[in-house]
Write a protein that binds this ligand. Structure first.
Ligand SMILES: [Zn+2]
Length: 85
């Protein structure tokens, strides 16, 4: 099928105006609500939340389920508490 340049351009303009007339409102609402949430948070709140999440991302012993702040602390625990004697 062969299309003329004029019909191709008019089709592109019609498509562009249709997209412009029906923007995705959910994306703009998500961005707006995210901005509102960030505006309500102070830098201290954000740092506190990140610190809490880092602490929760602890290294957990597969034997006794105790949590440790680092891989080396977990390895030391396993050697001391669960090593075969
Ligand atoms: Zn353990």
């Amino acid at each position: 099928m062969r299309m003329s340049l004029v019909s191709l351009i008019s089709f592109a303009i019609a498509l562009a105006s249709c997209v412009h007339a029906h923007p995705d409102h959910s994306t703009s609402l998500d961005a707006l609500s995210a901005r509102d949430i960030l505006d309500a948070l102070s830098t201290r709140d954000i740092i506190d939340e990140l610190s809490d999440r880092l602490e929760r991302r602890a290294f957990v012993c597969s034997v006794c389920n105790n949590a440790f702040p680092s891989a080396s602390a977990l390895q030391d625990h396993v050697k001391r508490a669960h090593a075969a004697h």
